[in-house]
Design a protein around this ligand. Sequence first.
Ligand SMILES: NC(=O)c1ccc[n+]([C@@H]2O[C@H](COP(=O)([O-])OP(=O)(O)OC[C@H]3O[C@@H](n4cnc5c(N)ncnc54)[C@H](O)[C@@H]3O)[C@@H](O)[C@H]2O)c1
Length: 392
Amino acid sequence: MTTPLISLVWTDHVTGRQGFLVVDRLVRGVASGGLRMRPGCTSAEVAGLARGMTMKEALHYDPAGRYIPLGGAKGGIDCDPRDPGAYGLLVRYLRAMRPYIESCWATGEDLGLSQDLVDRAAAEAGLVSSIQAVYPLLDDEPAARRRLADAFAVEVDGIGLDELAGGCGVAESVLAALDRAAVPYAGTRVAVQGLGTMGGATARFLARAGLTVVAVADLKGTIANPAGLDVEALLAARDGHGTVDRGVLRPEDRELPGDAWLSVRAEVLVPAAVSYVIDSTNQERIRARWIVEAANMPVVPGAEAPLAARGVTVLPDVVVNSGTNAWWWWTLFGDVGADADEAFTHIRRSMRALVGLMLDRAEADGTTPRAAAHALVTERLPVIADRFGWYR
Ligand SMILES: NC(=O)c1ccc[n+]([C@@H]2O[C@H](COP(=O)([O-])OP(=O)(O)OC[C@H]3O[C@@H](n4cnc5c(N)ncnc54)[C@H](O)[C@@H]3O)[C@@H](O)[C@H]2O)c1
């Protein structure tokens, strides 16, 4: 792993809590990457996530597109997002990070934070926008900002387009893997950890494609039903942190412990919550054929080899969950308009192409999909650096 360009630790003068910013790489002077808030967040975690953002940007490099890649970055704050002091802490963190956000770090929501909350806190911290560092790269800034604002106002059946884009990409990755293995959607069972932005949208798209969502886990535990959960009812019963009100469960739905989602009978597991959740010990309990990483870094490196040896394929985060980040930039730079169907079509086409490229490469090299994705990144980064330099 290369050393990041910028890595800093911030200490809040009010609470003593810490926040982190890692800029892994700048391309055209800017890096892209969300901000997460979770208790126990560390600098090393944020560095890994920032590196992942560099990879996601590189993987979506299309020399013919209007959006051409940025570098990768990530922010993190060590706090429970449900803590009453969390919002004030977020505002103070953003104030401290203002010079970076104004000049080189385009950020947005990640685990524990919604985009609405980031936007509100950014305004209170005196920022024009959480992504203002990108504005100098736009041809027609007012039109681009209007397009993105219009896209954020689009809702599909009660969920904002911005909250659906990432899950659309995750779901399409699952469907691409099933198609490749000639496995029909009907009868294929899915278990999802996390029913927030990523998990919620992924569950919706997969249920609508005909798969059966048999388990979802949130902070309160696992909800399961081997015959299939009513995904839309669960989505509508979420609070602002992605926790489902158990009052909507049907008599046949069961409440199980928090880690039960891991070992339910399902062909596809979608970790869509926290990092480091599948390790070398608990991987033994997994009976699924695919693990599709909607979350960032949910599978620890030590679990990958035993999983592969048992025939479990891990589709890696840097490919699978890259749709959100790419959608922001496709919209802002003008590759897609503020329209849900246009956005979903573009995301689906791009994700299928990327998953296909990765799986072809894995087959050719005899490696895991993750190693194949990393090999693709290793080839692309010098091409990007040749074209744009390191800082320009
Ligand atoms: N939001 C994005 O745009 C985006 C994009 C790419 C990747 N990701 C990644 O996806 C993951 C989820 O992000 P999000 O934005 O959907 O988060 P979120 O805050 O919207 O939702 C998190 C969900 O996970 C559940 N959860 C949290 N901790 C849990 C635990 N220990 N056990 C079980 N469930 C738990 C919460 O109850 C909630 O349902 C993160 O790893 C994030 O980095 C997010």
